[in-house]
Unconditional design. Structure first.
Length: 288
């Protein structure tokens, strides 16, 4: 797992942070899955590379992970490390392909017309990662799959709200265009980094959708499965905290440093999540 662990360490992402609460074997397995997700996402985000070249590289990843899922010998080091995980947990190629379809969307789509199209994107790039992850975490109640879908959408919508300014610099607007229209916000304003009361209303509407999915995930997770989902619950706690910070700052995301949960805050959330699950607390980590 040396290659995957190196990619995970360099990323310093919130998802990688969540692995800290997992037993070492599962932590290593999640590093392999995360490294795959990170690698294909980075291919799509290489804006200096022509779209046709990026599409070809993503197809190469699709072909290689298909080989790994079918029991063959993949040629990419990350997929070589992921193959034993795929075999142990019977991770299906259909989910990896769905994830790659989501990554492909970033090559072709710069704006989303409505929430339905945006939620398809969120499902593919976030919920599918959750569906793969819970197979590694382990569960018995199939409702956990619905939990993973809802939590994935909540996390991705939070990401979208935080990253509006950075995405605009790359020519992308993930906020639904019909919501922009309803709030009187023009795409040109977002590209120009113009903050307004109208943008705040728009962001609040997207935040309400994220809150719905946090609440849905919290309600769906069976009590007996909480311990197994500790890493996912930590992710929910960190991103819920991030959403609250965005709300307190009234979604003022333009012309300022990216809003983050500071390291002491993350350490507190790690301890709180572990403590609550360790002692069977019924207090929610998010969606309250």
């Amino acid at each position: 797992m040396e290659v995957s662990q190196g990619i995970t360490r360099r990323s310093a992402s919130n998802l990688a942070l969540a692995f800290i609460l997992l037993p070492k074997p599962k932590r290593q397995q999640m590093c392999a899955l995360y490294a795959f997700c990170r690698e294909v996402d980075d291919v799509a985000d290489e804006d200096s590379t022509p779209v046709a070249d990026r599409r070809a590289r993503l197809q190469a990843w699709r072909d290689d992970i298909r080989v790994a899922c079918s029991g063959g010998e993949p040629r990419f080091p990350v997929n070589q490390e992921l193959k034993p995980v795929i075999q142990e947990y019977h991770l299906p190629f259909t989910l990896f392909d769905e994830l790659l379809q989501g990554v492909d969307m970033d090559l072709d789509i710069q704006q989303y017309p409505d929430f339905a199209s945006l939620e398809l994107y969120c499902y593919r790039v976030a919920s599918v990662v959750g569906l793969l992850s819970i197979e590694i975490f382990g569960y018995h109640n199939p409702v956990c799959r619905e939990y993973a879908v809802s939590l994935g959408k909540a996390l991705q919508l939070t990401n979208i709200l935080r990253d509006v300014a950075n995405d605009a610099l790359r020519g992308r607007i993930y906020l639904p265009m019909d919501e922009l229209s309803a709030c009187g916000v023009r795409a040109e304003e977002i590209f120009a980094g113009t903050y307004s009361d109208r943008f705040q209303v728009l962001a609040k509407r997207v935040a309400e959708k994220a809150r719905f999915y946090y609440q849905n995930a919290r309600q769906l997770l069976p009590a007996e499965e909480r311990a197994g989902m500790v890493a996912a619950e930590l992710m929910g706690s960190v991103y819920w905290n991030l959403l609250q910070r965005l709300e307190r700052q009234q979604f003022a995301v333009f012309n300022r440093p990216l809003i983050r949960v500071p390291k002491p805050g993350k350490l507190f959330l790690i301890f709180r999540t572990w403590w609550r699950i360790r002692w069977g607390s019924k207090l929610p980590n998010y969606g309250f």
